[in-house]
Design a protein around this ligand. Structure first.
Ligand code: HEC
Length: 217
């Protein structure tokens, strides 16, 4: 323990003569016999500093996150071949509930510019388009059974998407209309190629092998 003037607040100490205490510096006697620690590790002054540094640290991290380039491009690649929906109603239902992640006509609201939301949204759109994309009907697409199963099981539209998108909060009747409409659209305008599950597994395997992690074998 040093002697000399000491800032009691900063060190979590109180002079023993409590009645005379006022925030500020105190002369520390040899052996610091005139000072006692404020009771409890989370004393008033310490806690205030910890909370202050935590908030400041979080804010600095938030600012640094904005400098990460991933998720800001918001690219909408060209439509190579659009699915011809059976009716405008089906198209509207799909656009409102699925289109932002399963077409190349994604709308990017302002908050998709703010990290870390931007990272999550960019990742979902990339992943969603890679699996099912009504703007690339000339590329392999899942069969209609898989699409309908995603909807009937409640897996799609993605739960994260619904709170901020009323158009994705489908009623039972709308869900049924979307499923019937997609089935008719597939029948009228089937995708040129279906994505087979074995081809996907092979693609996933080769991605895993060429990735930065060593393969399991
Ligand atoms: C917020 C983005 C988002 C929305 C909205 C969304 N999806 Fe998806 N969808 C994804 C992502 C991400 C995946 C891939 C990961 C997964 O399966 O969860 C996916 C996967 C799929 C797949 C492929 C499953 C497979 O077997 O490969 C289908 C089909 C699908 N979604 C249909 C739909 C339909 C239909 C809607 C609208 C009712 C919809 N999605 C809404 C993001 C979304």
């Amino acid at each position: 323990m040093q002697t000399g003037r000491l800032n009691c607040e900063a060190h979590g100490l109180l002079p023993t003569s409590d009645s005379s205490y006022a925030p500020g510096s105190y002369e520390v006697a040899a052996g610091a016999s005139n000072l006692v620690p404020i009771k409890g590790a989370w004393n008033r002054y310490g806690a205030r500093r910890i909370i202050g540094f935590t908030v400041l640290g979080a804010f600095v991290l938030f600012l640094l996150a904005q400098a990460v380039p991933y998720g800001r491009a918001h690219a909408n690649p060209p439509v190579t071949r659009a699915l011809k929906f059976d009716t405008a109603t089906t198209q509207e239902l799909f656009t409102g509930a699925c289109g932002d992640c399963h077409s190349n006509l994604t709308k990017w609201p302002w908050y998709t510019n703010v990290a870390p939301v931007s990272w999550l949204v960019a990742h979902d759109v990339e992943d969603g388009r890679a699996r099912f994309n009504v703007s690339q009907w000339d590329q392999p697409q899942p069969d209609i059974q898989r699409v309908l199963k995603q909807i009937s099981s409640g897996e799609m539209p993605d739960w994260k998407y619904k709170p901020l998108h009323p158009s994705a909060q489908l009623s039972t009747a709308q869900t049924q209309a979307l499923m019937n409409g997609l089935a008719r659209s597939y029948a009228k305008d089937p995708p040129s190629l279906l994505r087979s599950r074995s081809a996907e597994r092979a693609a996933a395997d080769s991605r895993a092998k060429s990735g930065p992690l060593p393969s399991a074998e």
